[in-house]
Structures are given as C-alpha cells and as structure tokens.
Design a protein around this ligand. Sequence first.
Ligand code: EPU
Length: 302
Amino acid sequence: MRISDSSPAARLKELEVELRPGVSLTEKTSLGIGGTTDQLLLRRYETIPEVMRLLAENHVPYRFLGGGTNVLIADGELPWVVLHLPSAHPGVRIEGNAAFVDASADLGGMVTFCAKHDLGGMEGLIGVPGSVGGALRMNAGAYGTQIGSYVREVELYRASKGEVETIGGDEIRFDYRHTSFAPDDVMLRVKLELPSKPYKEIVTGIRVCNEKRRSSQPLNQKSAGCIFKNPPGGSAGRMIDELGLKGHRVGDAMVSDRHANFFVNAGNSSCADMLKLIDYVRERVRTSYGIELENEVIVWRN
Ligand code: EPU
C-alpha cells in the first residue's frame, strides 16, 4: 500500500510521522519473511489519535508492527501500511520497585536495565526477542515467568474509542500467550512492579535461562520462536518431534532440527511455503494425536 503521493502525507509530516516508502518487511521480521509496503514511524505517542483519525478519513488500512519477532507476514505488495513506534533506549524509568517502560523498548534490554537497579523476577524473559509492547499484548513467557504477573498499569490507544487510556493491571486478563486486550488496542507504556533482588542473583538466573535456551532452541536461525501454542498438558514440540518431522521442509520453510516447534526460514522462504508447512504439520498432529494445534505465531494475510 502506498500513501506516499496521497493527501495525508503532508499532514503526517506535520505530526512528526516519518514516512518510509516501499519498505520490505523481510528486514523487519525475525523470520525474514514479508512483503512490501509503506512504513510510518510514529515518533510522538501524543499524536497517535490524530494520526489514526487521518488514516481512517483517507481510508488507509494499517497494522502495528512491534519487534516483528512473532509474526508471519504475507508476500508481495501488502494492502495496508505498517505503523511502528521507534525504540527509545532504554525506554525505562525506575521509581522504587516500579519500572515505567515504553512499549517500543526492547524486552531483553528492559530486563537487564531493571536488573542493574536490583529489580528482578523477569529473568526467564531474557532471551525472548521482541518489544515490550508485543510481549505485553500476548503475555509472553518462558521458564515459568510471564510478563503479565508484573503489570500494574497500561497506557494504550483504544482504537474503538479513538482515545489514549490508562487502565489498571487488574482490569486485564493475562492467560497463556493471550490477553483480554482488544485486537486493535495499541500498547504505549506499561508500569511494572518488580521484586527487589540483588543484581548478582538476577544475573545468575539470567545465565541459567540463557544456557537452557541455547541448548534447546535454534537461536542462530531465522524463526518466530514457537509456531504453535502448547495444548493443555501437552507439548507441541514433543509431538512434532515424535512424528519424525524435524528437518521436514516446504521450499525453504523448515521444521528446525533442534526444536520441532520452531519453524525456520532456511534460505528465502515465502510466507506461502511457511503456511503450507504449518498446515501440513497441524494436519499430521491432528491425525496422529487427535489434537488441533493453535498458532502461537500471528499471521498477517493480505
Ligand atoms: N521436546 C522434544 N522435542 C523437541 C522439542 C521439545 O521432545 O523438538 C520436548 C522437550 O524435551 C521437553 C518438552 O518437549 O520435554 C517441552 O520442550 P521445551 O522445554 O523446549 O518447552 P516448550 O514447551 O517446547 C515452551 C515455550 C517456549 C519457551 C520454553 C521455555 C510455548 C509454545 N513454548 O516451549 O516459548 O521458551 O517453553 O520456557 O509455550 C515461544 O513462545 O515462542 C517460545 C519459544
């Protein structure tokens, strides 16, 4: 989708929105898959309601892209523009046991920044790639930790009302890789409350998690982490492994040899091939185990 030549372009500039025409999303996602579209960088959160109004008035469809680490994006020319909140480093302010974090901050960077202030609890999240906003909206978790446990307040743009709102952590339901945020809510800032812990102790915890991750996940390959959610009481990775599907490919889309719930882009995989691989594996698991695996990765079709 190109808005480069259309009427909102000039007004967007006034709102300090940077327009990057014809960006390839293969470079913006950890899977290295995705078509081309215009990208808008929203430099000031305060302008978001007006930017959204402008896009609506001009019938410009949009999607918000965070860290791009848990998304599978369609190939070719995409029918929507991509909005992005550029990251601020570190994007975290500490007050006592509270951390006020920008949604665009890097999740791992935030965990280490808090650790340096003797605030822990989130060691398990250290190797989860992506932005704090993305982690928040899907309640990212690993090694027994989930971000939702620490959330006390969220500032978000509520598309249904066209307004920025602050809501309490107790108003949000955090489940396994799922939250009660509306699909079009846009995360802006979060207040976390973290337990005090000596830096050294946190670092030891971080090392243990990093080691576990390195030994079981294909960290040096292009992936979106786990493709499927684990079914209640089960393990998607173990089932796919038991079916002998490690290394199975459709074009350059491949089930990782290291962790069967990671599907990697082993070259120049298209989205279409990755989707075929996902469907194939889902079907094999359904036939053999009678379980319908649900995607963990978010798919943006065109
Ligand atoms: N297993 C196999 N073969 C494999 C992979 C796993 O037999 O190819 C077995 C393991 O040996 C283990 C069990 O399956 O007994 C579970 O595996 P693992 O400990 O690797 O955890 P997981 O359930 O596959 C979950 C999260 C990961 C998170 C890890 C660590 C989901 C879908 N996955 O993986 O999160 O890093 O636990 O906490 O919940 C992600 O969300 O993208 C992600 C990678």
